[in-house]
Design a protein around this ligand. Structure first.
Ligand code: NAP
Length: 460
């Protein structure tokens, strides 16, 4: 009876997880999706605690306290630090899967219950779990900049990495053939831990969001393997959902950057690009907040293109004020959202929603681009790569082929950033030197604030 109740809670949890993913894919239902996910997880924990096999709750209580103590401060991090916080969560997930697999291996080995099937599932679990642990820690370190963010390369790197993975798989196969060869098990653990480090070291800090979502997928697959080890159907279904969604997200991010998986994992993107033709001296035209206000005031269509810099300076509330000020004057204002603007998927949507900018003003890249030639002003706020026309024209550019927002096609471009420094891809942006572009140098929050003040002043 109790067992049936447990299975029923697992079934409802699985359904809630599926609805959660479905609802989270649309901003209108996203909040409901979050609640469904939290509800599904709470039910899963309750179901597990009801499990008749659990007889000692002491260690569970200790784990619960440790989880709460570590989890609460993690929830306080600012939005710009969410990628590294997510990486830490994956590290914990990988550690949990790896430790469960290790405990089960020694327990079953002692009890003589280590079948080949169980050994196969454990091997998969510990390889994926422990490589997710170390890979995610390196990823978090790079994002937090406590580790060098540039790709760390050495000779024959890919060969060495694959050889290491090959040896780990070979040892796993030997263990499946004869699970009693206990000497191999710690070697397998060490190889998995090392592989996680080596996998992420050569990847540049800016590619970490894609890597994190891939590691999320590995953590999910390791939960699937853990489900087989623990004979727990919920772990299998939830792990599969996690694994699949992580993989889909990585593919979406790669497509939006026009990069292949192989290029992200082995391309060492983010190394300093030394290219001919970049030495020529060009000057960009500067403008003041008053000039910008004048252009905006006289416009009838304005497209605002936010990027990573808006997130860094937390300018979204000032941007909301600007939107209100322009809307009051009857100016049509739209926000052009590039799928990889910022440093995580949906970064701009989240910030603009937080600032309560009406969601119907946010327009996806493919829908806004045909309208760009009719825009009187394109206001670029802390975006760089996602508006770089080199992606369309320059075959030698590392971002060639990446779809961009056609800011350059607007009648006037106003670009807010602190300096002429490049963005994520480390390359110069010719948009800033174009005849119809004016640069507004400064922190996005301050500059947008000044433009709003100026607009406000003009209307009085
Ligand atoms: P970006 O190319 O990184 O450029 C951001 C610009 O913001 C910089 O040039 C910087 O110039 C400026 N900036 C920084 N802090 C600022 C501040 N406080 N005030 C004003 N400006 C500031 O950003 P993006 O155009 O959003 O493009 C995103 C890039 O990240 C793409 O190349 C994309 O492929 C990559 N990426 C995105 C994701 C994702 O999921 N969204 C994942 C992986 C990679 P200054 O230093 O001169 O101010």
């Amino acid at each position: 009876m109790l067992d049936q109740l447990v299975q029923a809670t697992y079934l409802v949890s699985t359904a809630l997880f599926i609805f959660s993913l479905q609802w989270m894919s649309d901003p209108k239902t996203a909040r409901r999706g979050v609640f469904a996910g939290v509800g599904g997880m709470a039910l899963a924990v309750i179901g597990t605690l009801l499990h008749p096999q659990i007889i000692n709750f002491n260690w569970i209580a200790v784990a619960l306290v440790a989880g709460v103590v570590a989890g609460i401060p993690l929830s306080w991090v600012p939005l710009t630090a969410v990628p590294q916080r997510t990486a830490l969560s994956h590290a914990f997930g990988g550690l949990a899967a790896g430790l469960v697999g290790t405990a089960k291996y020694y327990l079953w080995a002692q009890q003589g219950q280590l079948t080949r099937f169980r050994m196969g599932a454990i091997a998969l679990e510990v390889i994926l779990g422990f490589m997710t642990l170390t890979g995610s820690l390196i990823a978090a370190g790079k994002l937090q900049e406590v580790l060098p963010t540039r790709p760390i390369m050495y000779r024959n790197q890919n060969l060495i990495n694959f050889a290491l993975l090959g040896v780990a798989i070979l040892i796993a196969v030997l263990l499946v053939i004869d699970p009693a060869r206990q000497i191999f098990f710690p070697v397998l653990l060490a190889l998995a831990l090392t592989f996680g480090v080596l996998l992420v070291l050569p990847i540049g800090g800016a590619d970490m969001p894609t890597v994190i979502s891939l590691l999320n997928s590995y953590a999910g697959l390791s939960a699937v393997a853990m489900g087989f080890v623990m004979e727990n159907k919920l772990l299998i279904t939830a792990g599969a959902l996690d694994g699949a969604s992580g993989l889909i997200l990585s593919i979406v991010m790669c497509n939006a950057m026009n990069r292949s998986f192989a290029n992200v994992l082995f391309g060492a993107f983010g190394q300093v690009q030394a290219r001919a033709g970049q030495t020529e001296q060009r000057t960009a035209k500067g403008a003041t907040a008053e000039d910008a206000a004048q252009f905006l005031e006289n416009a009838s269509r304005v497209v605002i293109i936010p990027g990573y810099g808006m997130a860094v300076s937390q300018a979204q509330h000032r941007v909301h004020d600007l939107y209100e000020e322009l809307a009051k004057k009857g100016i049509d204002v739209k926000f052009a959202i590039h799928p990889v603007a910022g440093r995580m998927p949906g970064h701009m949507n989240v910030l603009l929603a937080e600032a309560e900018i009406p969601y119907d003003r946010l327009v996806e890249m493919d829908d806004i681009n045909p309208e760009m030639p009719q825009a009187d002003v394109a206001l670029v706020i802390g975006a760089n790569d996602v508006v770089n026309p080199a992606a369309r024209r320059d075959k030698g550019s590392p971002i060639y082929g990446m779809p961009i927002i056609d800011a350059d096609k607007a009648k006037v471009v106003l670009a807010i950033k602190r300096s002429m420094n490049p963005g994520f891809a480390g390359i110069e942006n010719e948009l800033y030197f174009a005849d119809n572009t004016l640069m507004l140098f400064g922190d996005a929050k301050n500059v947008v604030g000044d433009v709003v003040k100026s607009l406000h002043g003009q209307s009085h």
